[in-house]
Design a protein around this ligand. Structure first.
Ligand code: ATP
Length: 509
C-alpha cells in the first residue's frame, strides 16, 4: 500500500480507537487543533514520562519546572519574538487563499528536483547495466538545465529570506511563474510578514499595555526562572532545566494531521554551560538525544540529522533530528546552541543580573545554553506511524495492529475470561486485581476471544491474558503476544514479573 493511503488509514484508525479526535468536531472542527481521546492521553502521558525520566531522573544535574503559559509581555520583546517570529505570507486574490511565500517556492523547487529524478530514472532504464548516474547527471542537458534552475531559485530565496527582502520574494514567485493551486491564477498580493504569536488581553481594560501572548515556546519560562532554580536548587554549572508544556503558534500552513498544529506540546531542556564549552555540550546533546529516540526501537534508519545552514538570530549552531514520517523525513526535535542570547537579553530588558558565580574559576558570567526541544505531538505521530501495520493473516483475515513499544503502550495487558460463565469472570477479576495498581490493564468479556484479541491489537496492547476452564484447575493462563500472536501457558504467579520485565526492555539502546 502506498504510504499516502496508509497514512489516511492511520488517521481514521487513530479516531476509531480513541487516540485522536478533531477538535470541536460537532461544530465541524477547528483547523489544526486536535483532542486526544481515552487511548491517546495514555500514550501521550507515557511518552512524557519516558522523556522526563530520561532527562530528569537519569541525570543528577537536570531538574524540572512547570512555568505558566502567560508571561510578562516584555519577555517576548527580549526574546525577539515580537519583532522576528514571523512567516512571510502571500495571498492569491482570486482564490482568497493564503500561503507561506517560502513554502510556495520550496514546493516549486521540489517539482524541479522531481523532474531531475524522473530524467535520471529514464536514463537508467534506457542504458540498463551500463548506466553511470554521476556521468549522466554531469552531462544530460535536461538534468543540467533543471539543476541550474533549482540552484538559482534556492540561492535567490535564501538571500531574500536572510535579508528579509519581501519584494525580492514576491519577484521570485512571479519570475518562477508560480500559480495558485486552487484558482490557477498568478494574481498575487505583496508578501507581508505575519507574526505567529497569539495575543489576548489581561484584565478588563483592553488597551495596548494589557496585551499578552500565549507562549510560542516553553523555553522562555525556563530562562526567566534560571536564577530561581540555580539558587534554590544549589545547582552548579553545567546543569539543565527541563519542562513539558503547551505552546501556541498561529501557523499559516497547518496540515499533515498532528504534525503542525496551532496548539501543541513541547518537551524542552535548557542546559547551562560555561562560555566556550558550548560546542562540546552541543555535540554531547545531539548524540544523547539521538540515542533516546533510537532506544524506542522504531528502527535506527528512521532518524537522521539535518544541520542548519540558516541559523536563527539566537543560535551559533543548530541541528534537527528528522524522522521518516509517512510524508517523508521531517523535523521531530531541534538541538540548538543558543549562546548567551536569551539570558543576556533578559538581563538587559529586566535590569536584573542573570549571572552565575563559578566557584571553580572565581568568575561571574552569563552562561551559554544548549537547548533540546522536541514536539510531544510529533513524537506521538512518529510512534503511531511506525507502529501501525495492516496484516493479512494465514486464515485469510486481516488485522490492524499497533506495535507500540510496550513501555509506551496505553494498555499493558488485557485480562480476558474465555467465556462469561463457570466462574471464569471471577477468576479473571481476581487476577486483574493483582495487576491494576502497577499496570494499566483492561478487562473484557464481550464477544468471541478472536474479536477481543483484534481489539487489543488495534490499540497496541502487548499482552493478552486469557483465563479458561483449565486455569481453575492448574492456576495457569494463556499468554498471547501482540507482535507474534504466539501463545504460551504461564502460571498466574508469573504474570506480574513478566510485565515488569517486558516494560524494562527499551529497544536498541
Ligand atoms: P518547523 O520548522 O517544523 O515549523 P520549528 O523549527 O519552528 O519547526 P522549533 O521552534 O524548533 O520548531 O520547535 C521545537 C519542536 O517543537 C519542533 O521540533 C517540533 O517537534 C515542535 N513543533 C514546532 N511547531 C509545531 C507545531 N506547529 N505543531 C506541532 N509541533 C510543533
Amino acid at each position: 500500500m502506498v504510504s499516502e493511503e496508509l497514512f489516511k488509514n492511520l488517521v481514521a484508525h487513530a479516531k476509531e480507537y480513541g487516540f485522536i479526535f478533531p477538535s470541536s468536531e460537532i461544530y465541524d472542527g477547528l483547523s489544526a487543533v486536535y483532542d486526544y481521546g481515552q487511548m491517546g492521553v495514555e500514550l501521550k502521558n507515557n511518552i512524557k514520562s519516558y522523556w522526563w525520566n530520561a532527562m530528569v531522573r537519569l541525570h543528577d544535574n537536570i531538574v524540572g519546572i512547570d512555568s505558566a503559559i502567560f508571561m510578562h509581555p516584555r519577555i517576548w520583546e527580549a526574546s525577539g519574538h515580537v519583532g522576528a517570529f514571523n512567516d512571510p505570507l502571500i495571498d492569491n486574490r482570486d482564490s482568497k487563499k493564503r500561503y507561506r511565500a517560502d513554502v510556495l517556492l520550496e514546493e516549486h523547487i521540489a517539482k524541479i528536483e522531481e523532474k531531475i529524478t524522473k530524467e535520471v530514472e529514464k536514463g537508467r532504464k534506457k542504458f540498463g547495466e551500463a548506466f553511470d548516474e554521476a556521468q549522466f547527471r554531469a552531462t544530460n542537458p535536461n538534468v543540467l538545465r533543471n539543476a541550474a534552475k533549482s540552484a538559482e531559485i534556492t540561492a535567490r530565496m535564501n538571500a531574500a529570506l536572510n535579508a528579509n527582502d519581501l519584494g525580492a520574494l514576491k519577484q521570485l514567485i512571479l519570475d518562477c511563474e508560480i500559480a495558485c493551486p486552487i484558482s490557477g491564477s498568478r494574481n498575487w498580493t505583496d508578501v507581508r510578514q505575519f507574526n505567529l504569536m497569539f495575543s489576548t488581553q489581561l484584565g478588563s481594560v483592553s488597551d495596548e499595555a494589557n496585551v499578552i501572548y500565549l507562549r510560542p515556546e516553553t523555553a522562555q519560562g525556563i530562562f526567566v526562572n534560571f536564577l530561581n532554580v540555580q539558587k534554590t536548587g544549589r545547582m552548579k554549572i553545567p546543569f539543565g532545566i527541563a519542562q513539558i508544556g503547551k505552546a501556541f503558534r498561529n501557523e499559516i500552513v497547518a496540515r499533515q494531521f498532528i504534525f503542525r498544529m496551532r496548539e501543541f506540546e513541547q518537551m524542552e531542556m535548557q542546559f547551562f554551560v560555561r562560555p566556550g564549552e558550548e560546542m562540546k555540550w552541543y555535540e554531547y546533546w545531539k548524540n544523547e538525544r539521538l540515542r533516546w529516540h533510537q532506544s524506542l526501537g522504531l528502527g535506527k534508519e528512521k532518524y537522521r540529522f539535518h544541520n542548519h545552514e540558516k541559523l536563527a538570530h539566537y543560535a551559533n549552531a543548530a541541528a534537527d533530528i528528522e524522522f521518516d514520517f509517512p510524508f517523508g523525513f521531517k523535523e521531530l526535535e531541534g538541538i540548538h546552541s543558543r549562546t548567551d542570547f536569551d539570558l543576556r537579553r533578559h538581563q538587559e530588558f529586566s535590569g536584573r543580573k542573570q549571572q552565575y558565580f563559578d566557584p571553580e574559576t572565581n568568575e561571574n558570567y552569563v552562561p551559554y545554553v544548549i537547548e533540546t526541544s522536541i514536539g510531544l505531538d510529533r513524537t506521538f505521530l512518529a510512534i503511531l506511524s511506525a507502529a501501525y501495520s495492516e496484516e493479512q493473516l494465514e486464515n485469510g483475515e486481516e488485522r490492524a495492529v499497533l506495535r507500540i513499544p510496550p513501555v509506551l503502550a496505553p494498555v499493558k495487558a488485557a485480562v480476558l475470561p474465555l467465556v462469561k460463565k463457570d466462574g471464569l469472570p471471577e477468576k479473571a477479576r481476581e487476577i486483574l486485581q493483582t495487576l491494576r495498581f502497577d499496570f494499566h490493564c483492561q478487562y473484557d468479556e464481550k464477544d468471541s476471544i478472536g474479536k477481543r484479541y483484534r481489539r487489543q491489537d488495534a490499540i497496541g496492547t502487548p499482552f493478552c491474558i486469557t483465563i479458561d476452564h483449565q486455569t481453575l484447575e492448574d492456576n495457569q493462563v494463556t499468554l498471547r503476544y501482540r507482535d507474534t500472536m504466539q501463545q504460551d501457558r504461564l502460571p498466574v504467579a508469573g504474570i506480574h514479573a513478566l510485565l515488569v520485565q517486558s516494560l524494562k526492555v527499551m529497544g536498541e539502546g
